[in-house]
Write a protein that binds this ligand. Structure first.
Ligand SMILES: [Zn+2]
Ligand SMILES: [Zn+2]
Length: 176
């Protein structure tokens, strides 16, 4: 069962927001929020104020918890988010995209929409048995979130830089 593109987009947003928290990046101005979301522009309501940025910042911990959770816990967490926000799934077509699912009205605050769209993406992963693709970098100095798209689910690092750093350290350790 393939994961639909809107879910992949929601997972990318969750990954980037989670990593901004893990990296200790501040998120309390509209400009900081715009930089993070630039590659994945959310349609619908945007307030472009500090309150909106802080609400999204406050969501980051929950997104990381979802990312780290085992499959059964993921299902419980996603269900809790969907109940809290009172979702109303709608098929929509906009901005050149074909029919896809929006689970929450476009006039809801951005943080609420990110929470619900992320929960919906994890609903897809739970159903598809793919939650274990949401991983943490094996470099203990990094621990960033990444989505493993490899066929045999063998990816261990968030980036080739982290992989190279750990390989070099292991090589040096063997030589001493
Ligand atoms: Zn859309
Ligand atoms: Zn890494």
């Amino acid at each position: 069962m393939p994961v639909p593109f809107e879910s992949r987009t929601a997972l990318e947003v969750a990954r980037v927001l989670g990593n901004s928290e893990i990296a200790g990046r501040a998120l309390d101005t509209p400009a900081q929020l715009d930089v993070l979301l630039a590659p994945w522009p959310y349609s619908g309501r945007r307030d472009h104020d500090a309150a909106e940025a802080r609400a999204v910042a406050g969501l980051r911990h929950q997104l990381i918890t979802l990312w780290d959770a085992e499959r059964d816990a993921t299902a419980d967490l996603a269900n809790a988010i969907l109940v809290t926000h009172g979702t109303a799934p709608q098929l929509v077509r906009h901005d050149g995209t074909d029919w896809h699912l929006h689970a929450v009205a476009p006039d809801q605050p951005l943080a609420a929409r990110i929470a619900v769209e992320t929960a919906m993406a994890f609903v897809d992963l739970v159903r598809a048995g793919e939650t274990d693709r949401c991983r943490r970098c094996a470099d203990q100095t990094c621990l960033h979130l990444f989505f493993d798209e490899s066929r045999n689910r063998s990816r261990r690092f968030c980036s080739t830089q982290c992989q190279a750093r750990v390989n070099v350290a292991a090589y040096r350790a063997r030589r001493t």
